[in-house]
Design a protein around this ligand. Structure first.
Ligand code: B12
Length: 448
């Protein structure tokens, strides 16, 4: 059969991201089938039209990574655009349409209904290969766990126990786009998130238990990406150091394999071995993005973060002392947030030197999270509330605008204090810098 996989994600904030999920989906498809990838970051609708005409796919897989941009102050909603794309595809193709991806997995029933596709795959896209074979041989697709259709709803299946084969073709046209625009390709070292943060859908998307990719296999893929021309690697794990030993083993494997390009990822400011970041730096780590979220003791406890304020200072200093570039992400406005907890956070932040601070104000409520249950209990939402269009938690004691006011007043034009991800303005700056040959996430130029 002929299979076309489409990444419709054209969001350039904070920068265009490589559609990594589709490499795994492509890797799940048997060798007897033909597979092509279309990435709307480079393929215009006119080109897509040509692909539909020339390749004539039997099945189209549509990736739904982002539902929205989760920024209460600058909201974007992507499902309506994807719906238009589905209608456009239906006018030009008789292919069976299948949707999947992290955004899809968060709210499969809602996304499935909104898009009007034929099938959806909840959870890991490795089941796509089974679906292709079922369609090919006329078997019931709904018998595959996690496959949803108009005829049959489905639940989130257990973790995929089969092979995870990433199919990466360095000569694919979309790879070249990311190499020319920032030089960043991405890499996954494990799946799953063992933390219990109240607002976060990651354990639902990836599973609660870590499934580790052997470090030498991660390093082999890193080398493959480096040899393909990558100038930077982003580790897409929910939190790279949530398994400290594994992250160290991956770093050592990078070094042993000869990975020489810089890399970065998300870290938790946990209490770490004192040489942790120097080992990481020695293996090429350049950017540390800490998911710090708050620096109010009460809020960290409410959010169920696995660290305290002192741990943040220690992790920050260890990373800085190892010569690393450090950013902190904050998530403000959760249950119990008040002017006092915001001021406490801001006071503590003042002690974080040489860093960039990203403030996300307003927490999107996701189903399957403790925050969802809290919002229900507090009567802020009902079981009928449609969560597809983002609903942000509203703290009892302080409004979103008041939090933003406290931050911008305190920031007093400091360029390293950024509300949200920086929006279109910073995306435009990043694009110009990519045009001049810069690579990586580039927030270090704002560090103060
Ligand atoms: C790493 C990451 C980032 C990094 C990406 C860096 C990089 N260079 O790639 C950064 C920090 C830049 C980032 C930014 C953003 N992110 Co982000 N990110 C993630 C994270 C943690 C992992 C994504 C990833 O690559 N996973 C690894 C790959 C292999 O997994 P995958 O893509 O999910 O694919 C698997 C399945 O989903 C499935 N699948 C994928 N595609 C398809 C297609 C088909 C047809 C099928 C059947 C299956 C399938 O199969 C794959 C293999 O099993 C996820 C959360 C999570 N744990 O998933 C959030 C997540 C995707 N991000 C999210 C958001 C909102 C954003 C931002 C909009 C935030 C912002 N305002 O800046 C931006 C958007 C950036 C952009 N241009 O699109 C949301 C999306 C949900 C939503 N509300 O829409 C998520 C889910 C986090 C959350 N809040 O829950 N992100």
């Amino acid at each position: 059969m002929k299979i076309l996989l489409i990444s419709p994600n054209t969001l350039t904030v904070p920068y265009p991201v490589y559609p990594l999920g589709l490499d795994y989906v492509a890797g799940s498809i048997g060798a007897e089938h033909q597979v092509r990838i279309a990435d709307l970051n480079i393929h215009s609708l006119a080109v897509l039209d040509e692909i539909l005409h020339d390749f004539f796919p039997d099945i189209i897989g549509l990736s739904c990574r982002n539902i929205d941009n989760t920024e209460a102050g600058d909201p974007l909603f992507f499902i309506s655009e994807y719906r238009k794309l589905v209608v456009w595809l239906r006018e030009r193709s008789t292919a069976t349409l299948v949707c999947g991806g992290s955004g899809f997995t968060i709210m499969p029933d809602r996304v499935f209904a909104a898009l009007g596709v034929d099938y959806g795959i909840i959870g890991e896209g490795e089941r796509f290969g089974l679906l292709v074979d079922a369609i090919h041989s006329g078997r019931e697709a709904e018998e595959i766990s996690g496959v949803i259709s108009a005829a049959a709803p489905a639940e989130l299946p257990g973790p995929w126990a089969g092979t995870q084969a990433r199919k990466f073709h360095s000569d694919a046209s979309h790879v070249d786009f990311y190499l020319r625009n920032g030089g960043m390709l991405s890499l996954q070292t494990k799946r799953g998130c063992s933390f219990r943060c109240i607002y976060c859908p990651y354990p639902h998307i990836e599973g609660k238990r870590h499934r580790l990719v052997p470090p030498d296999a991660v390093a082999r893929t890193a080398m493959e990406l480096q040899e393909a021309g990558a100038r930077y690697l982003f580790i897409t794990d929910s939190t790279f150091n949530s398994d400290v030993a594994h992250s160290l083993d991956v770093a050592r494997a990078f070094k042993a394999a000869g990975v020489s390009i810089p890399w970065g990822g998300f870290f938790a400011p946990l209490r770490l071995p004192s040489d942790y970041f120097s080992i990481m730096a020695d293996a090429g780590l350049k950017h540390v993005e800490f998911g710090t979220e708050s620096m109010s003791a009460a809020m960290l406890a409410t959010y169920r973060k696995p660290f305290g304020i002192d741990d943040v200072y220690v992790a920050h200093s260890q990373a800085r002392d190892a010569g690393l570039l450090v950013a902190h992400y904050f998530l403000l406005g959760g249950p119990g947030e008040s002017a006092a907890t915001i001021r406490e956070t801001l006071d503590h932040i003042e002690r974080l030197k040489r860093t960039v601070l990203f403030f996300f104000i307003g927490i999107r409520i996701y189903p399957h999270t403790a925050l969802y249950d809290i919002a229900l209990e507090e009567g802020r939402i009902t079981p009928e509330t449609d969560m597809l269009r983002p609903v942000f938690y509203q703290a009892e004691a302080i409004e979103r605008d008041a939090i933003e006011e406290l931050i911008t007043t305190r920031a007093d034009k400091r360029v390293n204090w950024i509300v949200g991800s920086g929006g279109a303005t910073s995306a435009a700056t990043v694009r110009k810098m990519y045009d001049r040959g810069y690579s990586g996430p580039l927030w270090e130029y704002l560090a103060r």
